[in-house]
Design a protein around this ligand. Sequence first.
Ligand SMILES: *[C@@H]1O[C@H](CO)[C@@H](O)[C@H](O)[C@H]1NC(C)=O
Ligand SMILES: *[C@@H]1O[C@H](CO)[C@@H](O)[C@H](O)[C@H]1NC(C)=O
Length: 466
Amino acid sequence: MELKKLPNVILFIFPRFHFSLLSSFSLLISNLPPSLNALIFIMLYNPKIISLSIFSILLLSIFHLYYHLPLLYFKYCSTSNLFFFFPPPLSLSSSSPSSSPSPLPPLPPFLTSPPLLPLKRIRFEEGCDVTRGRWIRDPDAPYYTNETCWAIQGHQNCMKFGRPNMEFLKWRWKPDGCELPLFDPVAFLEIVRGKSIAFVGDSLARNQMQSLICLLSKVEYPEDMSVTSDPNLKTMYYKSFEFTIYFFWSPFLVEADDKQTSVWNVHLDRVDKTWYTHLRKFNYLIISSGNWFTRPSLYYRRRKLVGCNYCHIGKKLERITLYDANQKAFQTAFWAITNSRQFDGMTILRSSSPNHFENGKWDRGGDCKRTAPIKEHEIRWENDDEMKVYYKQLEQFIKAKETAKGKGLEFRLLDTTHAMLLRPDGHPSKYGHLPNANVTLYNDCVHWCLPGPIDMWNHLLLQILK
Ligand SMILES: *[C@@H]1O[C@H](CO)[C@@H](O)[C@H](O)[C@H]1NC(C)=O
Ligand SMILES: *[C@@H]1O[C@H](CO)[C@@H](O)[C@H](O)[C@H]1NC(C)=O
């Protein structure tokens, strides 16, 4: 019997062993002393004991592999390098972060637990990180007004409702080390010609869509092709460019309802079909979520109640934090996207949008009255949970991006959180309605005025699509 053929036969019979056998065999050979090495080869060349050798090698290799696996795990998956991969985004202004006291709360402990992959930030110029920078004066802004754009929803129409100070319009985002080009509607429409963009998320996703429509309005207005009058389901069509914008209101991204109870029933493992069933139509999916997880909710998995947040019901239930719930929802949504056979487009995560209530919570007289951007060292997250939501989203995004790469799908990050933390002056506050209006959110420090700093999200989007 020929020497070369036998292993092939074995490998043919046990194809699953192929890789492990080869790799562990080479590991074995390279780790043994030369004399033993030679002995093995002498044995191999003796046809009489070939089969015996093969099986002993098989046995040895399996043993060897099991011996090596834990070591390999510690070598590549250990968490000691985490902070190198995942720097806190807010401590850049100080040159020695360890010595100067930081006004920010410490990094949440979860950052030290799961293994993370390196985070590639959006770069459209060598050496330029668009998530780091500052707001600088722009005397030419704004580039549209409440008079030139009809797509501004009442609640965000700060010009219309008499906001006294319009200085908040006169800024643009200046990344450290490069320029973020102004929005070029023609360039944008050329990129998306014959394609479609879907905004999936809550009212902030709609806020961004309306900003995009206003920014494009210099060139063309879309036709409203929505099949219903439901503002949560929009289809806008740009005839000359055969370009479609969809909006799907899905604040949890997963199935949720508040029909039978006063709280939300959120099924963390079931993707929301309102947007998911349309996936094949999208070339670009801009997905976002966060704010609605602050509501009292009951959480389900496999249709079984597993926990709750802000729950005041009698039953003893495990508390699931809003950031863990939000992360689970993203995990489900990303899983659904990467496992869909109908979708081959690009997924863009728009990271969480910060609130700016000061001197009280949203329902306790909190307001956002500032008239100018703040500086880096003045940044305050509204609370720890808000920051954790942001980090958990990035963490889930990194995992999904890695999975998606293996399937030829593209995932990109629209990280606007840092820039928006610096804009407490960009919210409608009480200028999103008439002074005597009876609205739930009287001082709106969640949404963004149009025009306003949220336009930067689309300036950045254009660079991502380029
Ligand atoms: C736009 O805002 C101005 C005040 O800046 C207001 O007088 C006008 O009625 C508004 N127009 C629309 C269409 O909202
Ligand atoms: C405001 O509206 C809510 C219901 O939407 C109602 O219960 C409440 O009494 C109203 N308040 C005032 C001051 O009109």
